[in-house]
Design a protein around this ligand. Sequence first.
Ligand code: ADP
Ligand code: MG
Length: 330
Amino acid sequence: TIYSASSVYSLSNFYSELMKGVGASGRVFELLHLKPAIDPKRGERLNVNGDIQFDHIEFRYPTRPKHAVFKDLNLYVQEGDHICLVGPSGCGKSTVAQLLLRYYFPNRGTIIANDHELDEVSLAFYRNQVGIVQQEPMLFSGTLRENIVYGRRDASKEEVRKVCDLAYCSDFIKGFSEGLDTVIGSKGAQLSGGQKQRVALARTLLLASNVSPEVADRFKLDGNSDVFDDQGNILLGPSILILDEATSALDAHSEEAIRNTLNLRQEAGLTTISIAHRLSTIEMSNKIVVFNAHGEIVEQGEFDTLISDPNSEFNKLLKKTSTGDNVEEI
Ligand code: ADP
Ligand code: MG
């Protein structure tokens, strides 16, 4: 699916919505200062498929210029990979996502997508192909529907219904007398953390993905009609999905929604980057990347290989946790 111009939201809209969503926190001002001196619509309209390379990246947050989060990060994500980033709290996992979403720009080195430096790619076009679900999703005060169609204002009712089903939102939304027109936020209904996450997942699933006709055919043969909208577009989320689990405090519905999404994406060969702490999510990845506290990659490999090696960095990380079944922030 190729997106219509109307579905590409401008960077300035993004910032103003962000302001509404999180209020006058320091973070927003920081982002505003960072507003890049480039026109988000300028540059190449590149379709990304998840072939992404972090090449010798050095990065410092502008507010902490003396602290290099990454000194020389090299990371390769191949199309169709589901890679999982693990490591101690503060090692830079979420920062990888921030850089990939272009909320921040590296101090040195380049990020390359499909053989193109991201600097040359239209930010607006690119952003619509990369989706993120965070622990504290950015919802803004407005209706549930507005929050879900954000980024795809052209979405049909049918599409919205389907993504709500896929993200396990439908039931709790039906519980509100106003349904999708329920206003949320400080002036409206308060959502639990898990409900917010599922709304964010529904929003992310609406972001178009450019799956091949073969993939679309396969889903039809499997009779998995839930993943199609009324125009036959496939609802598997964006070309690159980033899941920042950030905590083990996921409710059962959210976990199931995420597992379903991951399964479908894996079948369709779509790229996912998850920052996960629970073994049940880590297990689903085809490649684990282990960071140390200094933002350096100390190990990469498949789940089975790393877990069966008693001396692996991955196992050391697991042992540092109390329960042994997640690599919770330590
Ligand atoms: P993780 O997700 O692995 O827990 P982060 O990527 O959030 O780690 O953080 C990496 C480092 O960058 C930490 O030292 C953290 O304190 C710092 N950091 C994160 N976000 C910001 C920010 N917005 N401004 C300044 N420093 C930050
Ligand atoms: Mg984090």
